[in-house]
Ligand binder design. Structure first.
Ligand code: SF4
Length: 222
């Protein structure tokens, strides 16, 4: 797939009116980077529009690309289980991705996931900003390096920062009009699925999500 460095990023397609139907309809037309060309469709975020917690992943996978819905594949199922085990209601969470179109390469007759480049994360950033401004979450869970770098910039290292209570960056890579109170980073569930020590890594994912669950529950009063 040819890459087009001249593409302008998503800002031109993001509507002024931030409500789910308008955002979803506008997203269908986005050509802010070249990823729209080879994907089936863009995949908008999904969940309660007033969710207290937003979960941000990397990009749609093969199944999400076909369904037009986020986290419907194996990683999403594992995420749901981990959210529940951590004490967060999966149905109460708004889930989305840092990049809205599936980036892939063909191999052996299949479409294999290919992680987005920095240029794609930057180009797609206005959609994530719009979703954060629309949902106005109290906290955000960042799944993996792409989601972390979409908020904290390219120097973000999820291995070093996971499970900590992070303050939303004052000088983000892009201006946000809504500032969540906290962020928690952890591994992407797909990394857990690929892991040779899956049980151990699953428990680490749950432990990190439990930090978010505690933050969402608020301080314990005696
Ligand atoms: S990946 Fe994002 S910026 Fe690129 S075309 Fe899709 S929605 Fe637009």
């Amino acid at each position: 797939m040819a890459e087009d460095a001249e593409r302008p990023g998503a800002a031109w397609w993001v509507p002024d009116r931030l409500e789910p139907g308008t955002l979803r309809a506008s997203l269908q037309h986005c050509q802010g980077c070249e990823l729209y060309r080879d994907a089936t469709q863009p995949v908008p975020g999904e969940g309660p529009a007033d969710a207290a917690v937003m979960v941000v992943g990397e990009q749609p996978g093969d199944q999400e690309d076909k369904a037009g819905r986020p986290f419907v594949g194996p990683a999403g199922k594992l995420l749901d289980r981990a959210l529940g085990d951590a004490g967060l209601d999966p149905a109460a969470v708004f889930r989305t991705n840092a990049v809205k179109h599936f980036r892939w390469e063909a191999a052996h007759g299949k479409r294999l996931h290919k992680g987005p480049k920095r240029t794609h994360i930057t180009a797609c950033g206005p959609w994530l900003v719009a979703e954060i401004d629309m949902v106005r979450p109290v906290g955000v869970v960042l799944l993996g390096a792409t989601a972390g770098s979409a908020v904290f910039g390219p120097g973000f290292r999820v291995t070093a920062m996971r499970g900590q209570v992070l303050s939303w960056p004052e000088e983000s890579t892009r201006p946000h009009s809504w500032t969540p109170e906290w962020a928690v980073a952890t591994a992407h569930p797909s990394a857990v699925l690929r892991s040779r020590q899956r049980d151990e890594d699953y428990q680490r994912l749950v432990d990190d999500l439990a930090v978010a669950a505690q933050l969402q529950a608020g301080p314990v009063t005696s």
